[in-house]
Design a protein around this ligand. Structure first.
Ligand code: NAP
Length: 260
């Protein structure tokens, strides 16, 4: 495969960093977007280079229109063609508040970063992809949205997070339908409980739910790793599923199964 280019949001830490490194192993050049942690972003770029790839880091809050424009301009200048967009950046509520107590401030923050940002970034990147020639595989581009088991699981202490992830899931279907005939396939990956900074504060709770309770919340009884998600993104990035679009991949140790 000749060198391809990817824009990965929130790639300085956690799942996004693992995706950037795995894409580098697959021969991609990667734009590593981050919100504020420049040191973590530089570490991610060093790992990308150690994996045999290359790329650049670009600060930008995907919840802000001006930052999204700057990000796409940096991608155009630094990468040229965009073969893959991974909408990974996302935040959890600062406080896990009951549905009857949760605030408008938290809702607005999650909506801006986890749904409005990815929607308008995808709109801009898709417009660019439409101007690109089809590659040897017949694609103008690929788009992957990192949603969550929260897209369909009701957690009443973070309802805002569930609602925006559910919206991101619908967004996958919308862009998949709109772009299918244009040579752009769109996917959703639903991670289960993954060990990152995002879940560090609730580690004891999930240790119990995954490892100690009689059956565990997932049939595969371990924490997910960022690399578990990254490998799924790589499979899409390498066009292992050419006759699919709008598909959701559950990378969750089997959490999604109804069990009896
Ligand atoms: P994380 O460890 O907290 O890392 C978050 C990343 O997103 C960082 O690179 C951060 O940049 C970046 N980011 C945060 N706000 C941003 C913004 N406004 N604009 C641009 N970048 C921003 O999170 P994670 O666990 O890897 O989660 C990654 C994605 O997977 C999220 O969408 C999350 O909802 C989803 N997910 C996670 C889990 C899980 O169990 N961890 C499960 C299901 C889904 P800085 O380093 O600059 O702060």
């Amino acid at each position: 495969m000749s060198t391809r280019n990817a824009l990965v949001t929130g790639a300085s830490r956690g799942i996004g960093r693992a995706i950037a490194v795995e894409l580098a192993r697959a021969g991609y050049r990667v734009l590593i977007n981050y919100a504020g942690n420049a040191t973590a972003a530089a570490e991610a770029l060093a790992l990308v280079r150690a994996a045999g790839g290359d790329g650049l880091t670009v600060q930008g809050d995907i919840g802000r229109a001006a930052d999204r424009e700057r990000l796409v301009a940096a991608a155009a200048e630094g990468l040229g063609r965009i073969d893959l967009l991974v909408n990974n950046a996302g935040v959890a509520p600062t406080v896990r508040a009951d549905l009857l107590e949760s605030t408008e401030e938290s809702f607005d923050r999650l909506f801006a970063i986890n749904l409005k940002g990815p929607f308008f970034l995808t709109q801009q990147v898709a417009r660019r992809m439409l101007t690109q020639e089809r590659d040897a595989e017949g694609f103008r581009g690929r788009i992957v949205n990192i949603t969550s088991i929260s897209a369909y699981t009701a957690s009443v202490n973070r309802g805002d997070y569930c609602m925006v992830k559910s919206g991101l899931s619908m967004m996958t279907g919308l862009f998949a339908e709109r772009l299918a005939t244009e040579g752009i396939n769109v996917y959703e990956i639903r991670p289960g409980v993954i060990a990152t900074d995002m879940t560090a504060g609730v580690q004891a709770k999930y240790d119990k739910l995954i490892l100690q309770d009689e059956r565990g919340i997932s049939p595969i009884r371990r924490w997910g790793k960022p690399d578990d998600v990254a490998r799924a993104v790589r499979a899409i990035a390498e066009d292992r599923f050419p006759f699919t679009t709008g598909s959701a991949f559950d990378v969750d140790g089997g959490f999604h199964l109804h069990r009896l």
